[in-house]
Design a protein around this ligand. Structure first.
Ligand SMILES: NC(=O)c1ccc[n+]([C@@H]2O[C@H](COP(=O)([O-])OP(=O)(O)OC[C@H]3O[C@@H](n4cnc5c(N)ncnc54)[C@H](OP(=O)(O)O)[C@@H]3O)[C@@H](O)[C@H]2O)c1
Length: 263
């Protein structure tokens, strides 16, 4: 099974390696391919020719900027007929993709950069029911980590929460590391302690099935050290700040979509 990724930038090239490792033949395109050489070490083909690459594949993934998506689909439309076309673009609704693509099977997905190491979260929506095509879509997107079918109306919010989410979590990890530096830890040790703690807390949460508050309570012993840290976080309104970040980012996705498709 051949998969072409049109647009080998941050997300396109992140997706290529896990999809290749899942057993698909993969080709990645962009206009300037010099930064894609490392992909060739994984047996991934690199090209500047979108039309030929789309023609070669059964599944065509578009990882272009939202503004480039519809114009580029239109240019190679004849090579997309009957295929699975997956858009990774924020803010572009399936109805618009479907109008420009003709008779292809349209999927709208939203992954994040953790897909590079097979730990992405990839919600996706489908234009229609087709058991065979759904199975293939799940196999490709499942290679990126956890893939979950959702209603399209949740996509802008998920773009903000999990698509942009690594940037928020990396900010938190950086802040934890700086906290470590402030109290005299060596930089490497502070960084490792920070990211391993974030990974561990997330794994515990996922595997225990417990609510975050319940797990948090287990760390906070009365009169202990953690409650003093939590008190500072509450005073800094950290939870409010993160909630506002996700709300603002969702509003931006909605605004971009409206600017492109509601004139
Ligand atoms: N970055 C993230 O963390 C993230 C997360 C979730 C979703 N997304 C979505 O993923 C999409 C891509 O974002 P990105 O961050 O990966 O952007 P990006 O790094 O700018 O990648 C876009 C790529 O498209 C290539 N490109 C532009 N025109 C092309 C054409 N005509 N033919 C082939 N390739 C072309 C560009 O390379 P050349 O200039 O060399 O052609 C560039 O490498 C966006 O729609 C975004 O909403 C991104």
């Amino acid at each position: 099974m051949n998969v072409s990724i049109i647009g080998g930038g941050t997300i396109g090239s992140s997706m290529a390696i896990p999809i290749r490792k899942a057993g698909f033949r993969v080709r990645v395109t962009r206009r300037n391919t010099s930064s894609l050489r490392e992909l060739e070490e994984y047996g991934i083909e690199v090209s500047t020719d979108n039309a030929t690459s789309a023609g070669w594949a059964e599944i065509v993934i578009f990882a272009l900027k939202p503004v480039d998506l519809i114009p580029q689909i239109s240019k190679i439309r004849e090579h997309l007929q009957g295929k699975i076309v997956i858009s990774m673009a924020a803010a572009v609704p399936m109805s618009a993709i479907s109008r420009s693509v003709g008779s292809a099977y349209v999927v709208r997905a939203m992954t994040n950069i953790a897909s590079r190491v097979g730990s992405g979260f990839t919600p996706y929506s489908l234009i229609s029911e087709d058991a065979e095509k759904i199975k293939l879509t799940e196999k490709v997107l499942g290679a990126l980590g956890r893939a979950e079918r959702v209603e399209e109306r949740y996509m802008d919010a998920l773009t903000a929460l999990s698509g942009s989410g690594p940037a928020y979590i990396l900010t938190i990890i950086e802040a934890m590391m700086y906290g470590g530096l402030k109290v005299g830890l060596p930089r490497d040790l502070a960084l490792r302690a920070s990211y391993q703690t974030v990974m561990g807390a997330a794994k515990l949460l996922a595997e225990s099935g417990e609510h975050p508050s319940a797990l948090k309570e287990k760390v906070i012993t009365p009169g202990g050290t953690t409650i003093d840290g939590i008190f500072e976080l509450e005073e800094g309104r950290v939870r409010t700040a993160i909630m506002k970040a996700i709300e603002a980012s969702t509003q931006k996705a909605i605004k971009i979509s409206e600017a492109m498709f509601m004139q």
